[in-house]
Design a protein around this ligand. Sequence first.
Ligand SMILES: [Zn+2]
Length: 125
Amino acid sequence: MHDWKADERKLRGDFEKRMADMLPEPLFESFNFTGGHICLLCTKPPVSMLYSTTMTPLIPLCQGCAVNWRSYDYYALKRLNPVKILKWKLFHPFRSPGWLAIVRQLRAVKKWSEKMKRLMKRGKK
Ligand SMILES: [Zn+2]
């Protein structure tokens, strides 16, 4: 017998994935997050976190950078420099976050920004 339920499940999964690929993920700021982060823009201890709409914690911000985020919005994120973060880790090997956490976070930010760039390009056509 044909398993139409499996077909439907697969179809629904594909549809949800395609929808997720097409929808932009604006960031929102939250002050409620667990510790073990550094500001991704200047490596100071963070006071807030930028989340994507999928509830992924993306960019921890210190007080100064959070103010910039509020006034310059996404332009404030142009200062994000992965090399600076990795250099900080090189000089603070025993401080939290660890290498793995940093790489994971930078990867999540990269994935998010590539998606947003792709959607913005498509929007301009
Ligand atoms: Zn900062």
